[in-house]
Design a protein around this ligand. Structure first.
Ligand code: SF4
Ligand code: SF4
Ligand code: SF4
Length: 790
């Protein structure tokens, strides 16, 4: 697997802090603070402050809040009032100081010169790191300029209460002790290191701006001594919170200095920096800052203001994707889980459902400011699981069998345009080939200019529209349009089956070459996705572009100005020509389009992509429901599966062909998906009909359906069959097998038989009774366990 896909996931911004937290010199988690306040959890909010700020009761009240200037809300209205919120956290959440268990003082002795903001912060930090600390304070009390705020921003009682902490943690204080250069030198000799937090000094100090060491002496500085020097960012300030920050950082340098370890390692993100996080403001509603009715916020006002905080975190992809939400992962954690899975526990119950529940729609990549997406990684993971035999067959078995059916003689067909001359030529060539498995497959001696390839799902859901579209193309494109029926291989691609995918694309490539390299006309978005990725050499148009060029059939019904929401298919998210032609066709039919928030290159998946419908139906339904919730009008789609899934969830949905070849009626908008067995039958019948009516070929033996013994199947059994992906033809095969081999159990009580038959990876069981009016199916069941004969 490509390692750079994992590397890309690692660059995800998910864990990057909000702009305010990065700007805060001590990195208070502002989003968390606001979350707690919003819940009315003032004590917890205060703990958020305490985690990053010593003496949070003081600093929280007087902080000069540089963070507010970078709050992303300033792009829209006003910054979150962080200063007032911090004050509210202190006022309503501060808990009286308890006794603090001081760490054993084994690491050495430190002198702190100055007992102001930075001095007491450094002392607190160094005490926590196991140093015996002594503060030398020139005044008769600690606090320095904190007292300048007394009465305006903070009360005397609160300052005194908070400063008692110094005594409680066992820091010694020497009051009325003025330290000059001579005393400083002495302290440097007596102590393991000295912290200088005096705000001013009598001579110039040469302070390293990264480690805060003065020259190579055992002396470090912080607080105003740093603030008032030109900082690396070119700023000069007298910030309270910068003083706290530099004191904390100098304390770390002192610890490393004493322990003789690198003072510079891993310190890139200390102090203020700019977060790489790009917060998506698209859905943010304007709200002015909450007004204070007094000096400070009341609890209610604080709760309201905290609600304005967006709790910035990059969840742009997560917000848009039901799958990421369901598993609560972002690409970073997703990539890590895949890696663990690959190397250690591949095949566990948890990871496989996750990997098989991504629709491979690619929206995450479109949403991400860094262009990180899961599509390629999940695709490769599935391929790797298949290669290592770790992919549970149950996840994709039905879809792959469906694909095999579409590429079997039941549906597969290649025909040049039906005309008098070619028809005769074809019949002759077929007779010469004489191979029954090639029935319906005719390679023309003549070059074919266009080849209509409607795909297997449209043919399964609306075979009628395939026929009408083809007849219309034949009528309008006088230079001839051939027909190819089959499956493009998308299920194999989604299932990680490279072998089947290669076989499928080779088949298409071979036909293209043998027919003289015609231009394909595609009517299915998945086919377009497959052609773009695997068959780039084959030129194609979407049917919608061709219809736009040819003009609409006369009988197409006018929309009379009706409004529709277009749901673009995710497999054509980057195909502008498709987006435009569908809209143009709707416009020409007099419909008005109201664009959805997620449309065109940012469209969402309907839930069918990536075979999620088969691997995790509940997840597929979440996709459909979420998409439906976005739309207030009838939907207009151009993929048969999108239509089927939306209607299954109760949404009125038109396929573009409903507007062109249908009646655009309520019946069209609500027509439910044919059941799984009928989807096969529809394809087989379509092939037989077209062969008969356009090429004059009568129904061939090969294509006849197996005996159906006049099967009687009650409604509840049909429903069970749908749920367990059991087809009518599976039931017929079981009964056929029982009849041919005689292998069946007889229950004399109700004269019923029980028979089983394994088809590929699945064993099917059918209980049935033979009666005069036919065979009555009494129950059906399937499982993946194989019944072995001893
Ligand atoms: S909205 Fe909240 S988390 Fe985001 S930048 Fe502003 S204060 Fe910080
Ligand atoms: S479902 Fe789509 S948006 Fe979600 S992770 Fe997969 S590719 Fe990305
Ligand atoms: S959008 Fe998703 S993948 Fe991209 S940075 Fe944000 S969380 Fe990470």
């Amino acid at each position: 697997m490509e390692t750079n896909l994992f590397e890309a996931c690692e660059t995800c911004l998910q864990d990057e802090p909000a702009a305010t937290t990065a700007r805060c010199p001590v990195h208070v988690d502002i989003a968390l603070l606001c979350s707690e306040l919003e819940k009315g959890e003032f004590k917890k909010a205060y703990k958020v402050l305490e985690k990053r700020i010593p003496f949070a009761g003081i600093i929280g009240m007087i902080c000069d809040h540089p963070c507010e200037t970078v709050c992303v809300r300033t792009q829209l209205d006003q910054a979150v009032q962080i200063h007032d919120l911090e004050r509210a956290a202190v006022m309503y959440g501060r808990t009286p100081l308890k006794k603090i268990a001081s760490a054993p003082k084994k690491n050495g002795k430190i002198a702190v010169v100055g007992g102001g903001i930075s001095g007491i912060t450094a002392a607190f930090e160094l005490d926590k790191r196991g140093f015996q600390v002594t503060i030398f304070e020139a005044d008769r009390r600690l606090g320095g300029r904190i007292w300048d705020y007394e009465g305006s921003l903070i009360s005397k009682e609160l300052i005194e209460e908070e400063l008692k902490l110094i005594g409680r943690i066992g820091v010694r204080v020497v009051y009325n002790s003025s330290i000059g250069t001579g005393e400083l030198k002495k302290l440097a000799q007596e102590y393991d290191a000295v912290y200088l937090g005096t705000g001013r000094w009598e001579s110039e100090l040469f302070i390293n701006q990264e480690t805060f060491q003065i020259l190579d002496w055992p002396i470090f500085a912080g607080g105003r001594l740093i603030n008032q020097e030109k900082s690396a960012a070119g700023r000069s300030n007298d910030s309270v919170i910068d003083s706290v920050s530099t004191a904390k950082r100098a304390a770390l340098s002192i610890e490393r200095f004493v322990k003789k370890i690198s003072m510079t390692a891993s310190r890139e993100r200390e102090g203020s920096y700019q977060t790489p996080l790009v917060y998506d403001m698209d859905d943010v509603i304007t709200a002015q800052a909450t007004m204070k009715t007094g000096e400070t916020y009341t609890e209610e006002e604080a709760i309201q203001e905290a609600g304005r905080c967006l709790k910035c975190r990059c969840v742009t992809c997560l917000k848009a994707c039901s799958h990421l939400q369901h598993f609560n992962v972002t690409p970073k954690s997703y990539g890590r889980q895949i890696q663990i899975n690959e190397s250690v526990i591949m095949g566990t119950r948890y990871a496989n459902p996750m990997i098989n529940s991504c629709t491979l729609c690619g929206l995450c990549k479109e949403q991400c400011p860094l262009g990180i997406g899961m599509k390629e990684l999940v695709r490769e993971t599935r391929e790797s699981m298949v290669e290592k035999n770790k992919m549970p067959p149950s996840a994709h078995d039905f879809a792959l069998r469906d694909m095999e059916f579409s590429n079997s003689s039941q549906f597969y067909l290649v025909k040049p345009p039906p005309s008098e001359t070619t028809y005769k030529q074809l019949s002759r060539m077929e007779a010469e080939q004489g191979n029954p498995s090639n029935q319906g497959v005719t390679i023309s001696a003549e070059k074919v200019k266009y080849l209509f390839y409607p795909g297997c799902q449209l043919s399964a859901s609306c075979p009628d529209y395939v026929e009408k579209s083809y007849r219309y193309l034949l009528e309008k494109k006088t230079d001839g349009v051939g027909l190819m029926l089959g499956c493009c291989g998308a299920p194999a691609d989604w299932a990680g089956r490279k072998d089947m995918m290669a076989e499928s694309t080779q088949r298409i490539r071979r036909v293209w070459s043998e027919l003289g390299e015609p231009i394909f006309i595609l009517a299915c978005s998945s086919c377009i996705g497959t052609f773009e990725r695997y068959l780039p050499e084959i030129p194609y148009f979407s049917l919608w572009e061709v219809l736009e060029q040819l003009g609409l059939p006369e009988e197409a019904v006018s929309g009379k100005g009706r409004k529709l929401n277009v749901h673009d298919s995710c497999s054509t998210r980057n195909n502008q020509a498709v987006h435009e032609s569908v809209r143009k066709l709707a416009f020409d039919l007099d419909y008005e389009i109201e664009e959805l928030h997620y449309s065109k290159s940012r469209t969402k998946c309907c839930g069918y992509g990536g075979l999620v419908y088969f691997a995790n139906k509940e997840q597929a339904e979440q996709f459909a429901v979420e998409r439906i919730l976005e739309s207030g009008k009838d939907l207009l789609v151009y993929c048969a599966m999108c239509k089927d899934l939306f209607i299954e969830k109760g949404k009125r949905t038109f396929h573009i062909l409903d507007l062109i070849f249908g009646n655009a009626s309520d019946a069209d908008a609500l027509r439910t998906m044919p059941n799984l067995s009928d989807r096969h039958e529809n394809r087989a019948v379509l092939k037989r009909k077209l062969l008969r009516e356009l090429w004059g070929e009568n129904e061939m033996e090969e294509l006849k359906q197996p005996n159906d013994w006049n099967l009687q199947i009650p409604q509840e059994i049909w429903e069970r069959m749908e749920k367990r992906f059991i087809l009518l033809e599976d039931i017929k095969k079981v009964i056929e097998h029982a009849k041919v081999t005689g292998e069946r159990f007889f229950n004399p009580e109700d004269e019923s038989y029980l028979a089983s038959h394994r088809i590929k990876y699945v064993t099917y069981w059918v209980r049935f009774a033979e009666q005069e009016d036919g065979i009555h199916v009494l129950s059906v069941y399937s499982h993946r366990m194989e019944v072995m004969k001893e």
